[in-house]
Design a protein around this ligand. Sequence first.
Ligand code: NAG
Ligand code: NAG
Ligand code: NAG
Ligand code: NAG
Ligand code: NAG
Length: 288
Amino acid sequence: MAFHIKSLIFFSVLIGCICVSQSDYLFNVCGSNGNYTNNSVYKTNLDKAFDNLLFAANTSNSGFYNASFGEESNRVYTLVLCRGDVQPDICRSCVKDSINMLKEQCPHQKEADEWYQECLLRYSNTSILNTLVTEPTRMHSGTVASDKAQFNQDLRDMLDNLKAQAIQQKFATAKQTTQDRTIYGLMQCTPDLSSTQCSNCLDKAIENIPTCCSGRTGGQVLKPSCRLRFEIGPFYDGTPSVDIQTPSAKQPPAGKLRTTFAYFWIDNAICNMFNFFYFLFFCSSWHR
Ligand SMILES: *[C@@H]1O[C@H](CO)[C@@H](O)[C@H](O)[C@H]1NC(C)=O
Ligand SMILES: *[C@@H]1O[C@H](CO)[C@@H](O)[C@H](O)[C@H]1NC(C)=O
Ligand SMILES: *[C@@H]1O[C@H](CO)[C@@H](O)[C@H](O)[C@H]1NC(C)=O
Ligand SMILES: *[C@@H]1O[C@H](CO)[C@@H](O)[C@H](O)[C@H]1NC(C)=O
Ligand SMILES: *[C@@H]1O[C@H](CO)[C@@H](O)[C@H](O)[C@H]1NC(C)=O
């Protein structure tokens, strides 16, 4: 009994630890358009804008927050976008973690962008809302598919369907099942963009796939205005917004089919004997 209680406590603690784990940091890009100093007005304004961003994330569950602070050349613009499937408390943690990390990683740059699996944080001395920004780009990729050509074809089909949905709602997930495999996908644009801007950003992200992830079974393209990811295993929360079931386009060649059939016949001789008798029984009852 004591053992069971101890294991129960152990597992509760373990699960607790997993639940409070830190946000999943990917990378940052410190801007190159100028620096500010420690005691500058710009620094004070940046801290105030970040505070406003935290406050906004604390008080709303929208997952997209913007805040700006200051006057004229010292005005700071910030925004944060959580991945569309991320729960509000995870989003809030990501906003907090990303602000702390970016202050540390880009301590004097007037603008910077930072990506986590769960969110994107940006700040600049120029207005960043309603503006399409497709660079810098960072990419990650998975392992090589065994049937590259077919995989790329399946992937293209999935991305086309997913994009059509994503440009409407600025966030969409997809699950595409063919005879060969299931591919999962996710696309997101910052919600301040128009459908056309979103579409342009996602087109550029799709164009990046051959560079990073040609024939690979997983990949991710991250840009300031949009993100794209695909995997052969589930990686997002919730039911997919696009669920596609497609019979595979390719037919096995006749010769191969016959060989497979022969093996099947030999391997299943006993089973087939039963089937044969069942067949006889079926026919005899049919004739009655
Ligand atoms: C800004 O600071 C970085 C390093 O902190 C330095 O490499 C860069 O040259 C600086 N840029 C300007 C415009 O002073
Ligand atoms: C700015 O502040 C940081 C930490 O507060 C400190 O490490 C750094 O030396 C300061 N830089 C200057 C130029 O004073
Ligand atoms: C956000 O909420 C947390 C916990 O509820 C609190 O500690 C923090 O001070 C809040 N931050 C802001 C900026 O409101
Ligand atoms: C930006 O923030 C302001 C003030 O918090 C808010 O009124 C506005 O709707 C936000 N814009 C977007 C595109 O979210
Ligand atoms: C932003 O900062 C850069 C570098 O200091 C400067 O050249 C540019 O004019 C600033 N932009 C605005 C809108 O103040």
